[in-house]
Design a protein around this ligand. Structure first.
Ligand code: 289
Ligand code: CA
Length: 160
């Protein structure tokens, strides 16, 4: 009797912990949908949401703004995500800066957490580091990537 009482308690603990996990996942998911509702031009791709507020600024400025909002600069990691980014670029007819740079090592493009990129969609001839000062990455309306000076102003695009 004593033992079965204990295992019942353990079972209930496990069930509560599972429910807590599910609640956290639902909260995270709801928070993403709220962001899309606030900015209806947003795009959902799997677990990721791409959202723009329409703001334009330099790379540092945009990076900061996405962080402040609890997200990060968009970094498409496959063709489907890149198409979602492209659709937002087309919708606004404005290029965005990605959360991808080669600031650390020239020619080695990384995400903002320092990891090497796993996907790219460079325009033919890019990245060319024109005039030796292009460490950021913009996305054109055709979805292709170009390295560009980080001090240029581009449309903000965050991912959550
Ligand atoms: O300042 C150079 C940029 O405006 C772009 O000019 C041309 O489109 C290409 O050379 C690009 O690679 C370059 O980023
Ligand atoms: Ca370039």
């Amino acid at each position: 009797k004593g033992d079965s009482g204990l295992s019942e308690v353990n079972l209930m603990k496990k069930q509560v912990s599972d429910l807590e996990g599910q609640l956290r996942a639902l909260q995270a998911s709801f928070s993403k949908y709220q962001k899309v509702a606030a900015f209806p031009g947003g795009r959902i791709v799997g677990n990721k949401v791409f959202v723009t507020s329409g703001y334009e600024g330099t790379f540092d400025d945009l990076k900061q703004k996405c962080l402040q909002a609890g997200g990060q600069l968009a970094a498409p990691k496959n063709a489907v995500e890149n198409t979602a980014v492209q659709q937002i670029v087309v919708q606004h007819n404005k290029s965005v800066f990605l959360g991808v740079t080669d600031i650390q090592t020239e020619g080695k493009f990384r995400y903002l957490n320092g990891d090497a990129i796993v996907y790219s969609n460079w325009l033919q001839g890019e990245p060319n580091n024109e005039k030796g000062r292009e460490n950021c990455v913009e996305v054109y309306v055709n979805g292709k990537w170009n390295d560009r000076a980080c001090g240029e102003k581009r449309l903000i695009l965050c991912e959550f």
